[in-house]
Design a binder for this molecule. Structure first.
Ligand SMILES: [Zn+2]
Length: 500
């Protein structure tokens, strides 16, 4: 149970700190503006503001040392207390000196003034490994309607979340609001991301399923993923009850977020419990925000487990957007076929698959589900292209010998490019077997981040050897140039270039 609590607490603490950091820099910015406009001509007042800023800054920096795992609890405590002893102001720890329980005490102290809501504890069904049956356990959740209401209490924050007119989020909100008979201006979009992450330090490899929420239209915080909950895969019931219980809490929270009202009872309609004291006091009609789930992202495994999307080899069809099947996906037969929501649900019911509870939320349908870039592009298309290009490039290497010798020459060329461009996320080696596979087409086996860097090497090396080459080689040059341009449009994100 401990890791889940830790992750939630850590996320809470980090986000609290992010809030703190931005508010202190805002205050500093305002002070500078006032100074520039001559609002305060007194140098004393100016000096005081500067001191306030310095103290706030020290607090942020010292918190970051611990919350971002740069220093251990012991070391962080020692540094902060030593600094206070030497006269630093702004971060006074009300803790006894010494190493005992340093981590626990520091965590408590740092999240004491947190604006983040308390965790919501709900009973869910999990696997009982000892008895091989089902058991109930209390599990923590960070409710999206609670933290988003807190986040949007600041008018600037709510303003930052409004979707750009005409964007797909704005269009989705407009059509869903119309169905609900509500004005579209009241809603902001939220997105759900699901993925499994490996847990380090376990004897046999374990994975943790993470459910996170983000604010895709935020200019400030779109990349911040706020955990909703996490669950060790090993404890998930294969018959689906654990997932059903988790989704019940999520849908309850998101439904209230869509309605813009705080719930008046727990997710299972029971009365509030001991740990819900603060929730009890929230008025029914006072939420400063209304939000719709406009996007669900995940890999194929997540979609299959959670949304009951088909596996690649399901006979009735492999896709949730069209009628492609494993038999015909290599042909063009399916390209013009589309699958409507009702066709998708009907097909699932014919396959005796249950309907995912997320589809009961306003506006949530298969088309809001987006395959994730890392699996489809980094580890998919881009890795395929790199594998094929490297395979063909070997023939161009100015050395004679077997493929390993030629590969070494290509590796030298790549290393020179790495050095020249001061690249990060570099491959540590390049061998023939990393992209040649006996039973399958060439494909580079590498980490997603390494693939992302390599994509920009392709146009350089292809142009060098193939700019005046055959039609096929010139076509490859064109392909890799477009691929690199596509990746360049990802960060900073440029949807217009990407669309081209
Ligand atoms: Zn499809």
């Amino acid at each position: 149970m401990k890791p889940w609590i830790f992750i939630c607490c850590l996320a809470q603490a980090c986000l609290q700190q992010a809030f703190g950091a931005s508010s202190s820099s805002d205050a500093w910015g305002q002070a500078c503006l006032q100074q520039a406009s001559g609002a305060s001509s007194s140098s004393d007042a100016w000096g005081k503001r500067k001191a306030d800023f310095d103290q706030e800054h020290w607090k942020t920096v010292s918190k970051r040392l611990f919350l971002q795992n740069k220093l251990s609890g012991r070391e962080s405590k020692e540094v902060i207390q030593a600094a206070t002893g030497a006269g630093a102001q702004g971060h006074h720890l009300n803790l006894k000196p010494g190493h005992k329980n340093a981590h626990r005490d520091l965590m408590r102290s740092m999240i004491k003034d947190s604006l983040w809501p308390e965790l919501y504890w709900a009973q869910i069904r999990i696997k009982d490994h000892k008895k091989g049956s089902i058991k109930h356990c209390w599990h923590p959740f960070l409710l999206p309607h609670e933290w988003l209401a807190q986040y949007c209490a600041l008018p600037q924050a709510a303003e930052d979340l409004k979707p750009v007119t005409g964007s797909r989020y704005a269009q989705h909100i407009a059509s869903t609001a119309k169905e609900l008979g509500k004005p579209e201006t009241g809603f902001i979009p939220v997105a759900l991301h699901g993925d499994g992450v490996p847990i380090q330090g376990t004897l046999n490899e374990q994975s943790l399923d993470c459910f996170t929420i983000n604010l895709p239209t935020s200019c400030e915080n779109s990349t911040v993923r706020v955990p909703f909950t996490v669950m060790q895969k090993d404890f998930m019931l294969s018959s689906g009850e654990t997932l059903d219980d988790i989704l019940e809490v999520l849908c309850w929270s998101l439904r209230h977020l869509a309605a813009g009202v705080f719930p008046q009872s727990r997710h299972d309609a029971r009365d509030w419990q001991e740990g819900d004291k603060k929730r009890k006091t929230l008025p029914a009609q006072a939420m400063p925000v209304q939000a719709l789930l406009c996007e669900i992202r995940g890999d194929w495994d997540f979609f299959e487990q959670v949304l009951k999307f088909p596996a690649y080899n399901r006979v009735s069809g492999m896709c949730w957007m069209c009628q492609a099947t494993y038999k015909n996906f290599k042909t063009s037969e399916w390209r013009k076929t589309e699958l409507t929501t009702s066709q998708f649900l009907y097909r699932n019911s014919c396959d005796r698959k249950p309907v995912c509870a997320l589809f009961s939320l306003p506006g949530v349908e298969p088309k809001v589900c987006r395959p994730d870039w890392m699996h489809c592009c980094d580890l998919g298309i881009a890795a395929d292209i790199i594998g094929h290009v490297f395979m063909e490039l070997l023939d161009e290497m100015p050395v004679t010998g077997n493929p390993d010798v030629k590969c070494a020459a290509l590796w030298q060329e790549l290393q020179a490019w790495y050095t020249e461009t001061k690249a990060v996320n570099k491959l540590s080696k390049l061998t023939f077997n990393m992209f040649r596979h006996k039973q399958a087409a060439p494909k580079l086996t590498a980490k997603a981040s390494e693939v992302r860097t390599l994509v920009h090497f392709l146009p350089i090396v292809c142009q060098k050897y193939w700019a005046q080459g055959t039609l096929h080689q010139k076509t490859v040059c064109s392909l890799v140039t477009h691929l690199a341009a596509c990746y360049a449009a990802l960060s900073p994100f440029d949807s217009e270039t990407l669309g081209k």
